[in-house]
Design a protein around this ligand. Sequence first.
Ligand code: PAF
Length: 283
Amino acid sequence: MQTTTTIEETRKLVKDWKRQGLTIGLVPTMGYLHEGHASLIARARKENDRVVVSVFVNPTQFGPNEDLEAYPRDFAHDCRLCEEQGADLVFHPEPEEMYQDACTYVNIRTLSDTLCGKSRPVHFSGVCTVVSKLFHIAAPDRAYFGEKDAQQLAIIKKMVKDLDFDLEVVGCPIIREADGLAKSSRNTYLNAQERQAALCLSRALQKGKALAKPGLDTKTLKNVIREEIEKEPLARIDYVETVDALTMQPVEAIDRPVLTAIAVYIGKTRLIDNFSYDPEVQA
Ligand code: PAF
């Protein structure tokens, strides 16, 4: 496995592979990798000749009072995990390498007005900008993203369509701890008491999922989820919302494929989780 820090050396490797007719899978990450990332890399390994993992804590997707400085980092551990999963290249640039004096950003409308986009106004512009750059640098045939960040996945799929990127976006299932908590690099912020409290997210979604059926009004669904989370004293709800799975706009009833997504503060840590429901498939 090789590591690069510059765009130029990464491009050179990628161009060599392309010249040989090899396919490339890209797994964009912010590092501090866990089993969720490992599952993306393993899938990319199966479906491509070469696998590139980017490890870059992207400053442009953090708001002014968010956790950019505190975001956990452990590059040696990340490299070990990438190697174990059979990655060929880890691209690990510094912010100056990625942005220099950049003043061009990629913005996506409507899909980013709800859910996390509403609570984190600059977030998806930063995500779309860095992901576009990574697509240009690594020139992947396929790019892999987790379904835990369901709005991010929907936004990247739409961006790829709108901007005619010639690649396939592959969504991969949420990986959970044995007790149900969705794997996240931010779980590391939780102390023992908060770790226990964080189970209210998956528990509430399980309750919601059990209730979901075609035609159900989403107010009922959201109330059940809210009530379950509100039982937990350390939890503070940012949002509980059910949206159209493609447009990310709120819906009043389950009359199409929907995403029910939640963001909840456990102490100071903001966690997200979700489930999808397609009335035609899951009824
Ligand atoms: O999901 C993430 O870790 C990040 O948002 C991504 C896609 C790597 C862009 O920085």
